[in-house]
Design a protein around this ligand. Structure first.
Ligand SMILES: NC(=O)C1=CN([C@@H]2O[C@H](COP(=O)(O)OP(=O)(O)OC[C@H]3O[C@@H](n4cnc5c(N)ncnc54)[C@H](OP(=O)(O)O)[C@@H]3O)[C@@H](O)[C@H]2O)C=CC1
Ligand SMILES: CC(C)(CO)C(=O)C(=O)O
Length: 328
């Protein structure tokens, strides 16, 4: 028996995406001594995270080319859901034998989104993200509140929780993951579309009219969630309203940040997931449907797909055409 066995090598982690969630989770893992490679689409000199008044540079290696990375133990996929297929090059290089991918994305179909993009036999861990963070500039992340992930109970979830033990990121394996995913979706169904459409922060949801609208949106979604097999009830609606009421008023949502930065939004995977599931079960979702239609209109503008003359910017900031001239 050797007298001084060598300590086990730190787990090798690759995080795909250097946005709010990727940047924050990569930084926590790096500060805890894990071996972290941050896989980026847009090159960055470094990554800095601001949390609780502290500003620190993350201890991560930054990679820009999938051809130059080696297989790791865990891949954290943190792109927006609509960018999942664009990450295939990274996934195929990073997933060797024994590797697993944790999908840190909002919505309900995380596993299905990734299954065809990874080598056969790669473990896929859908992951519910309870973190509020914002990319304020390239390579600069502001952490607002919370550092929790929920994963399905089982060997993969246990392995994942063990890797992140002591990093500050709390990983909770949960028995009924479908319910956990829908419960998280509830927290997005009002916050994300409403903040993005209004371009206002979470504090906007505190007004009594917004509370009533949120309750109606979530009641509609609860019927769909139950039809999908999730165990959600009125207490989940109340819990979500409490969450909004106690969230920092100046926090936002990932959809608001996309709108403000002019990036495509995730509406098809959040509001769209409810509307599509409602259609499958013959359950009407008029409020969510209306939000989806409005979000799609904004998204077309963000993608530059508006017919000429229709975009908001084309109307300019001047007086409407019918306004009477000064002094008339
Ligand atoms: N922000 C939040 O508070 C929360 C977000 N979520 C969810 O987490 C997920 C991630 O959100 P968030 O971190 O906010 O998103 P961001 O937009 O902040 O970050 C996404 C990152 O993915 C990168 N990316 C996209 N495609 C690729 C690619 N092919 N290769 C490498 N990087 C790529 C983007 O690169 P580029 O810099 O080039 O745009 C960007 O840096 C979403 O599903 C969101 O809904 C969940 C809970 C809270
Ligand atoms: C709004 C929040 C932080 C959860 O409530 C979120 O999940 C998001 O920004 O997408």
């Amino acid at each position: 028996m050797p007298q001084n066995p060598r300590p086990a090598a730190p787990a090798r982690i690759a995080v795909i995406g250097a946005g709010a969630i990727g940047g924050y989770t990569a930084a926590l893992a790096g500060w805890a001594g894990l071996d972290v490679t941050l896989c980026v689409r847009s090159p960055l000199p470094s990554l800095t995270v601001e949390s609780g008044g502290d500003v620190r540079t993350a201890a991560v290696r930054i990679a820009t080319d999938p051809a130059r990375v080696a297989p790791v133990d865990w891949v954290l996929l943190t792109t927006k859901a609509q960018d999942t297929s664009g990450a295939e090059g990274w996934l195929r290089r990073l997933c060797g034998p024994g590797a697993a991918v944790a999908v840190l994305q909002n919505g309900i179909d995380q596993e299905e989104r990734v299954a065809s993009l990874v080598p056969r036999g790669t473990g896929i861990l859908p992951t519910v993200v309870y973190i509020s963070a914002e990319r304020t500039a390239p390579g600069r992340i502001r952490h607002h509140v919370a550092s929790e992930l929920h994963v399905p109970e089982g060997p993969l979830g246990t392995r994942f929780a063990a890797v992140f033990d002591g990093t500050g990121l709390r990983v909770h394996p949960v028995r009924n993951f479908a319910t956990a995913a829908w419960r998280k979706l509830f927290t997005n169904l009002a916050a994300n579309p409403i903040t993005a459409l209004l371009q206002q922060r979470i504090g906007a949801l505190a007004h009594p009219e917004m509370v009533a609208l949120t309750r109606d949106l979530l009641s509609e979604a609860a019927a769909v969630a139950r039809a999908e097999g999730a165990d959600l009830g009125d207490e989940d609606i109340t819990r979500t309203l409490e969450l909004y009421a106690t969230a920092p008023a100046d926090g936002g949502s990932s959809m608001l940040y996309d709108r403000l930065a002019g990036r495509p939004m995730e509406q098809e995977f959040i509001t769209g997931a409810v509307v599509r599931a409602g259609e499958r079960h013959g359950i009407a979702t008029p409020l969510n449907g209306m939000l989806l239609t409005l979000l799609r209109a904004v998204d077309r503008e963000l993608r530059g797909e508006w017919p000429a003359g229709v975009a908001r910017s084309a109307r300019g900031g001047g007086a409407p055409p019918s306004a009477a001239p000064d002094g008339a």
